[in-house]
Design a protein around this ligand. Structure first.
Ligand code: MTE
Length: 325
């Protein structure tokens, strides 16, 4: 298969993503359906994004809104919720940004999470039982996609470090590998068998223990929307957005560096660390600036997406690694 067919639509900055490039990989009907969602949303957002009839109400709804942790502040306004809900990367469903409608096919209950690999004792836990073992808080985070757009989001969730503590990894574990669900019957993107499904991401145990590494269960004061990665996704705001894996079903503790989905697809462009650095361009475009979603403001991108103070220490001694995407 020629390399171009392995190139994701988002691998072009969205300003440069031509219709031809998108058409190469998109189910066209999905694109049209997505466009319909945007049009309908402008008129009736609640209807356009309502869960399908027949979906059970989210049993965790009563946990929101959670108390905001004021330690996490922004240098810009929060992105408009509707703008966020209608501009998503979720390749399991389709390869456009208009994934909201198709993602409603995701069944988020029951939702079982496996904890395995190098841990004292592997176990599985349902999302609602996990929620009983953690304290939810709201944090305002920036999010910088490798495509050079950004958002600011009020996430609700709990530190990844809390899940690591529950997992009780062995001292020999060096990484946590995370995996998204795999179910081609609901996720049309996963019928494209030349992609390395399921979506996989990984962090070192030290990164996972950094207070900024956050497991998201909610956003905008309610359970997180399906297109944003319900019912459990990662937010690692100092890294390019593709590290923030959605709809996680497995955490595996390991001593081998996990190969992420994008690294498996295009290692020359996407590495393991993927820390934001405006001075290191993507092989095909600059990372110096970002387009702020919702306002279209052009802002200079910051080292570690503005979180250097909290995370730079994680990379001391690793200067020879490919720390940037
Ligand atoms: N997780 C899964 N499982 N599948 C995906 O396609 N896309 C990633 C990341 N996590 C993706 C994923 C990319 S490229 C980005 S920028 C963010 O999710 C987008 O999150 P958002 O749609 O909530 O903005």
């Amino acid at each position: 298969m020629p390399a171009i067919l392995h190139r994701p639509a988002w691998a072009l900055p969205d300003s440069a993503a031509t219709p031809e490039a998108i058409a190469l990989r998109l189910d066209r009907r999905a694109l049209l359906a997505g466009a319909g969602v945007i049009a309908a949303t402008a008129l009736a957002p609640d209807i356009a994004l309502a869960q399908r009839v027949g979906d059970v109400p989210d049993p965790s709804a009563g946990l929101y809104p959670a108390k905001r942790n004021e330690a996490f502040t922004l240098d810009r306004p929060v992105t408009d919720e509707q703008a966020n809900l209608n501009y998503n990367n979720f390749y399991e469903f389709n390869m456009s940004k208009s994934v909201a409608r198709q993602a409603q096919a995701l069944k988020t209950r029951p939702w079982t999470i496996a904890i395995d690999g190098m841990v004292e004792k592997p176990f599985e836990i349902g999302i609602d039982d996990l929620l009983k073992q953690v304290t939810l808080e709201e944090r305002l985070y920036r999010h910088r996609c490798v495509e050079a757009w950004s958002m600011a989001i009020p996430w609700t969730g709990f530190p990844l470090a809390k899940l690591v503590a529950l997992a009780k990894p062995l001292g020999s574990a060096k990484y946590v590998r995370m995996e998204t669900f795999k179910d081609p019957s609901i996720a049309p993107g996963q019928r494209q068998t030349w992609y390395p499904w399921p979506y996989v991401e990984g962090l070192t145990i030290a990164e996972a223990g950094n207070d900024l590494a956050f497991l998201v269960t909610g956003a905008y004061g309610k359970p997180v929307a399906k297109q944003m990665g319900a019912p459990l996704r990662l937010a690692v705001p100092w890294k390019y957005g593709f590290k923030s894996i959605k709809s996680i079903v497995r955490f595996t503790f390991t001593d081998k560096q996990p190969k992420s989905y994008w690294e498996a697809l295009q290692a020359s462009e996407y590495g393991f660390w993927a820390n934001v650095n405006p001075e290191v361009p993507h092989p095909r475009w600059s990372q110096a600036f970002e387009r702020v979603l919702g306002t279209d403001e052009r802002r200079p991108t910051l080292l570690f997406n503005g979180y250097a103070e909290q995370v730079a220490g994680l990379y001391k001694g690793l200067e020879k690694e490919r720390l940037w995407a």
